[in-house]
Structures are given as C-alpha cells and as structure tokens.
Design a protein around this ligand. Structure first.
Ligand code: ASP
Length: 325
C-alpha cells in the first residue's frame, strides 16, 4: 500500500481569514506525491476557494473529470451573493451593470470563454458550452447572452441590495473615476485540478474590477492570461489587476516556466517578477497559482495578503502565498 504521508513542506497553512505574513524560503515549495498515489488535487484562489474546493473534491474523489470538478467548484462562488467579486452579488460597473467574465480549459487543449456577459448567474457553464458546442473560443456581450439563453440559461438580476448600496456609495464618493489602485474591489476565483486519471483542467470566473468602465474586460476570460492548461505540463491561473496580468500573458508564462523545469512556486515567481519589471507604476496586487502534472502545487503574489486554497490528500487548507514585497 502506498503511504499517505504528506510532504507539505512550506507554505503556511492558516485558519479562515488569518494572514500571518510568514514568508518561507522559495526553495521550500509545497508539494505532495499525489500523482504517484493517483490522488487528485484541487487548488483555487483566495479564501472563497475553500468552499469551492469542497464541491470539486467530491467530484474528483468519485473518479470525476477535472473539467467537471473545476466547473462545479467555481459555480459555488458564482452563486454566493456575499462574494462581491464573482457572479451573483459581484460589484457592478460604474453605470450599475453587473458584467461577468469567465473561461475554462480542459486536458485536450479545448477552451471556452465569455466576457461582458450580463444577467447570467453561471458564466463558467456558458464558457464550457462555448467550448463544447461552438466552433469558437470566445463569445462576448449580447452574443454570449443570446447563446446562453438559447441553451436554457435563465436571465436573472445579479445586482444584490448589498452591491447596489456599495455602488451608490461609490458613485457619491468617487466622481465616476473607474479605477483607483487602493480600492481593491476585485478577487477572482481561479481553480485548477488534477483528477485520478492524471488529467488537468482549469476554470476562472469573475465580475472583474468593481466600478470599472462599461465594457472593461480583464485577464480572467483571456486564455493564457487568466488561465492556461497544458496537460503535458501543468496548469496555472491568475488573480489581481487584470490589466497587468494581460500584459505579461501571465498564466501561459507560468505553464511555460514549469515546462522548462521550474517548480509551480518558482514558475509563479517568474511571472510576478516579470510583471513587476514590465508594468510600470504597478501598485495593486497580482497573484498566480500553479499545479503540475505530478500533483505539485504552489503560488506567488506581488504583495503580502494573497491566499489560496488547496484540497489534497483529504485535507482542505488555506495557504498564505509567498510574495515579492
Ligand atoms: N483579475 C481580475 C480582473 O482583473 C480581478 C481579480 O482577480 O482580482 O478582472
């Protein structure tokens, strides 16, 4: 029988909401021997990843496909009205419209994406249908909505009383300025998973920056920026200021670094360093998480405060990401 002894070496495991600020050495990369044990792994961004991982994990344990796990996992976050940066209850743009972005990618390099989608609670499932039922990768706006409705999705009001009140307050205080770095009105869920068959998939879904300009799209629905999966190598997803992540095609960069032999944490660190070097005047947060074909995982962010949730070997835990500054 294969030992279930864990080799979680580094990253700080914390209780809900607690950020300790512990900054481990980069060589101490969190990893496990899941792949050899045919054990699944799911990893996702921020504290809301904990709940989402629960659903994904059940699917993975049941011999499910990583693709189903990540889709069902992030739907939990999309449906939660208290998470104001994803799906239902997401903060609107500066004109009061909730507009959602999402993408998904499977083990066969299939990809689907939607952006500037209104009134649909689960953009990730629309993105999956774009991948599976159309000859395209990306549908946006009215076309994405029409496609969703034609496929049985219902129109819903996604603006909750809480996010409407936050928008009204913002309008009063902010003179219609679409983005200020200190606002931090954003936190996407990106989720990547490895299933018992050794296949990888990923999903990423968001309402983007709160009070953004109408029509603004971030990195999250952009394949290669917000998410990338290469089943031969690994998968990565991003969170944080999309305008910066797009400029370095962040998630693809992380996967390519793993292809060249970097560990997941080291690969994420390369992307963060590239971002900090290239994106002048960056003063927000951006973070990456990655999972390789061997079941090793890691994350890295520009700043203190980024956390990611890992479900592996029967344990779901929140980890303080390593960070640059
Ligand atoms: N990356 C998202 C966007 O720019 C926001 C975030 O993840 O915090 O839309």
């Amino acid at each position: 029988m294969v030992s279930r002894r864990k080799f979680i070496i580094s990253s700080t495991v914390v209780g809900a909401g607690l950020v300790t600020g512990f900054k481990p050495d980069i060589k101490d990369v969190g990893f496990s021997i899941n792949q050899q044990q045919n054990q699944p792994v799911v990893i996702s961004t921020w504290q809301h990843g904990i709940e989402a991982n629960e659903v994904a994990w059940e699917i993975l344990l049941d011999n499910g496909r990583a693709l189903d796990a990540v889709e069902q996992g992030v739907r939990v976050t999309e449906a939660d009205p208290n998470i104001t940066s994803v799906g239902y209850g997401g903060y609107p743009d500066r004109d009061g419209n909730v507009t959602l972005d999402a993408c998904i990618m499977d083990e066969n390099c299939n990809a689907g994406s939607v952006a500037f989608l209104k009134n649909i609670m689960h953009p990730i499932s629309v993105a999956r249908l774009v991948m599976e039922k159309t000859p395209h990768v990306m549908l946006v706006g009215e076309g994405a909505l029409r496609f969703a409705l034609a496929n049985g999705f219902q129109k819903e009001n996604l603006l909750t009383a809480q996010s409407k009140a936050a928008w009204e307050k913002w309008i009063k205080e902010n003179n219609y300025t679409p983005y200020k770095p200190d606002e931090k009105n954003h936190d996407t869920i990106g989720m990547i998973a490895l299933d018992k068959n050794g296949n990888l998939s990923g999903a990423c879904t968001t309402s983007g920056l709160g009070f953004k300009m109408q029509g603004r799209i971030g990195d999250s629905p952009i394949i290669g920026a917000g998410l990338y999966v290469d089943n031969e190598v690994g998968a990565a997803t991003a969170t944080g200021l999309g305008e910066a992540i797009i400029k370095i095609v962040g998630s693809h960069l992380v996967v390519e670094q793993m292809r060249m032999g970097k560990s997941p944490t080291e690969a994420c660190k390369v992307a963060v360093e590239r971002l900090l070097k290239k994106v002048k005047g960056f003063s927000d947060i951006a973070g990456f998480i990655a999972l390789n074909k061997q079941g090793e995982y890691g994350g890295y962010s520009t700043n203190f405060g980024f956390q990611y949730a890992v479900y592996s070997e029967g344990e779901n835990k929140l980890i303080n990401s390593e960070f640059a500054k």
